[in-house]
Design a protein around this ligand. Structure first.
Ligand code: SF4
Length: 272
């Protein structure tokens, strides 16, 4: 799969690239139908890639995560709707396994580390999660250390995987997440597709920049981010800062998203 450091990659002329960037302005950070607008997907992926390449920005990984998270909110605000059972004070889903890309982890860590109590809770949850294999997480639930009074205390910085988890049925959530009974989660309209495409954009941008794009278990990765001095700069420089954190078992090389990342990387590479 092409990366931007490949000296043999084809490249458009500077004038063509400028023209594409000008056209991108119509789509960057805007709401669009993810299943019917490949041009908008390309525009936002190019924006993320260029943001990650901008070495003048020391927190460019966190900034890329923040952009992707807000993009998902913007898209969801226009392309999903009632019935939605979720409301402030309902936190059944905050006991499930959560994974996120490293930029999302770094973005959340920047905020969590400012509050001592939250930081201590994350460290304790990381130990608990480290001792609980992913397959056992549904049976042995770990309450998210970011949760306070049944609400997300880092709502503005929560990862993509938390944002898209909108339910149509409280009854099903209680059954699955409180009583551990088998049931099929009732996702709100279109949220699964919207989350998938935002993840594809982020993974493509990370791949093009030669950075790892897997999803890591949230609590252990947060603990590493907070315990490592200059974690963001070191990760951006290629240090395997998160090597000891388990990757989400659903995010392997065989993931169906990989083919789409491959295709999108091939489209974006010549335009940068
Ligand atoms: S980060 Fe926030 S939304 Fe996500 S599981 Fe934790 S408390 Fe819930």
């Amino acid at each position: 799969m092409a990366t931007l450091s490949d000296p043999a990659r084809p490249r458009l002329t500077a004038a063509q690239r400028r023209e594409i960037l000008k056209e991108d302005e119509a789509w960057v950070g805007k709401a669009f139908n993810v299943q019917a607008n490949p041009r908008a997907i390309q525009a936002n992926t190019r924006y993320l890639t260029m943001l990650l390449l901008d070495t003048a920005l020391p927190h460019r990984a966190s900034q890329a995560a923040s952009f992707a998270e807000q993009l998902l909110d913007t898209i969801m605000s226009e392309h999903t709707g009632p019935p939605i059972a979720c409301a402030k004070g309902c936190s059944h889903c905050c006991t499930t396994y959560v994974s996120a890309t490293i930029p999302e982890i770094l973005n959340l860590a920047n905020s969590v580390r400012r509050t001592i109590l939250r930081r201590e809770r994350v460290m304790a949850a990381a130990v608990q999660c480290g001792a609980t294999p992913q397959v056992q997480r549904e049976a042995r639930r770990v309450i998210c250390p970011i949760l306070e009074n049944h609400a997300c205390s880092e709502y503005a910085h929560r990862p993509v995987s938390c944002r898209y988890l909108l339910s149509k049925s409280l009854e099903v959530c209680v059954k699955m997440l409180q009583r551990n009974e088998p049931a099929e989660f009732q996702f709100a309209d279109n949220v699964v597709a919207m989350r998938s495409f935002v993840i594809i954009m982020m993974k493509t941008a990370l791949h093009l920049c030669g950075l790892p794009g897997q999803h890591y278990e949230l609590n252990q990765a947060l603990a590493v981010a907070m315990a490592t001095e200059d974690a963001e700069a070191r990760w951006l420089a290629g240090e395997p800062v998160f090597a000891a954190v388990p990757v989400d078992s659903n995010d392997q090389d065989t993931s169906p998203l990989k083919g789409m990342v491959h295709h999108l990387a091939g489209v974006i590479a010549p335009t940068i």
